[in-house]
Write a protein that binds this ligand. Structure first.
Ligand SMILES: C[S@@+](CC[C@H](N)C(=O)[O-])C[C@H]1O[C@@H](n2cnc3c(N)ncnc32)[C@H](O)[C@@H]1O
Ligand code: SF4
Length: 369
């Protein structure tokens, strides 16, 4: 039942903090000792490793991991047990492309890039506090291709301040024109404690949001990007393996400041997940990379946690996966599930939403609280 886990490695620094972002990212002040951070990641690994560990995917996320020197990325990839054909992704901020040696990143073992484009409209990029312009996205993308990357994702956000349907579609067209293998199309959300929560810009009204979403989904579909998760669209066989593992409730190890992990133990043919969280402040993490807070997921919470992940997938999952992770038979949810079926929010045969249910996922999840 237990398949190989994924590995998430967090790099917590950025050139500047974007006003909408609530990731564990800190603006760079002074010199970062990357060698010390890399050594801390390896101590963190030593403290968390389990015998026989081997990772089916690796994801360098941030923050801005494209600011990491390839020599450190290579050192980590050489020191950790990684499956031969693992997907190894590095997130790239296009504003860091001049610091980045794409050839050396490719040589270090990275085989997938995820570029944070957000928008191709310079005025919008400026409102979003981005450190790059539209032209930098195109330059970074072309340099990545020239270095041999044949698996690239572009992150694009929508529902941006004052955005019209035409402007949102124009952003998508610019992304599609570059012919990436994958597009993540995220609706801008206002997160607590961010600059945008304090000074919220004027966002499109609900009707406009509905119109942007409908038109964008159609455009992506027409251009060969198949939606497989709420915000993820891929060309054939180019789904992000690392993220699919999260949504299928698979295990993953998290290394780095503020990283999260989930490791399970199998008892009585049921998987019991344990969540692990590392300290967020880079200074505290560097002082003790082995420190972490662990808590086992309460059996009452598992159904909701499972559904929060699995139902994000357009095709959902088999009920067997639900049974293996929760120790419950599908019939334990019979009452809730049939009410949701009556409302045309979930499918009858699979653990999956309908198109309508995917759009109103929060309402579906209420049934499992
Ligand atoms: C860690 S960042 C990606 C790499 C790099 N830090 C960058 O921004 O270019 C992950 C992605 O999450 C998305 N994101 C971050 N904050 C968001 C928010 N408040 N609403 C929607 N999407 C958000 C952005 O598309 C961003 O590219
Ligand atoms: S560059 Fe990325 S991680 Fe850093 S603050 Fe901006 S969105 Fe967040």
């Amino acid at each position: 039942m237990l398949k190989n886990p994924g590995l998430y490695i967090h790099y917590p620094w950025c050139i500047r903090k974007c006003p909408y972002c609530d990731f564990n990212s800190h603006p760079i002040k002074g010199e970062i000792d990357q060698a010390a951070y890399c050594a801390a990641l390896l101590s963190d690994w030593e403290a968390q490793q389990r015998p026989g560990d081997s990772f089916h995917s690796v994801f360098f996320g941030g923050g801005t991991p494209s600011l990491m020197l390839p020599i450190h990325v290579a050192k980590l990839l050489d020191s950790l047990p990684i499956d031969k054909h693992a997907e190894i992704t590095l997130e790239v901020n296009p504003g860091s492309h001049e610091y980045m040696n794409f050839e050396d990143s490719r040589k270090s073992g990275v085989n997938r890039l995820s570029i944070g484009a957000q928008s191709f409209d310079d005025q919008q990029l400026s409102k979003l506090g981005r450190v790059h312009e539209s032209a930098d996205i195109v330059t970074a993308f072309k340099r990545a291709r020239a270095a041999g990357f044949d698996n690239i994702n572009l992150d694009v956000m929508w529902g941006l301040p004052g955005q019209t349907v035409d402007a949102a579609l124009q952003d998508l067209r610019c992304a599609i024109e570059l012919q990436p293998e994958h597009i993540s199309w995220y609706q801008l959300t206002i997160e607590a404690k961010t600059e945008f929560a304090r000074r919220t810009p004027i966002l499109p009204v609900e009707q406009a949001i509905y119109a942007i979403e409908t038109a964008g989904l159609q455009l992506l579909e027409e251009c060969g990007f198949k939606r497989y998760e709420i915000s993820a669209f891929a060309q054939v066989s180019r789904q992000c393996q690392h993220n699919v593992n999260y949504w299928q409730f698979g295990d993953y190890l998290g290394l780095g400041a503020g990283a999260h992990g989930k490791r399970s133990c199998q008892r009585d043919r049921v998987l019991h997940p344990m969540r692990v969280r590392k300290v967020s402040q880079p200074r505290l993490y560097l002082a003790d990379p082995s420190a972490s807070v662990e808590h086992s997921v309460d059996p009452d919470e598992i159904v909701l946690e499972f559904m929060m992940n699995a139902l994000r997938l357009v095709d959902g999952v088999d009920w067997a996966l639900f049974e293996g992770h929760t120790g419950l038979a599908q019939s334990a949810l019979a009452a809730q599930w049939s009410r949701l079926v009556e409302q045309n929010l979930v499918e009858t045969q699979r653990c999956s939403t309908t198109a309508q249910g995917l759009r109103y996922l929060d309402s579906v999840l209420q049934a499992f609280i």
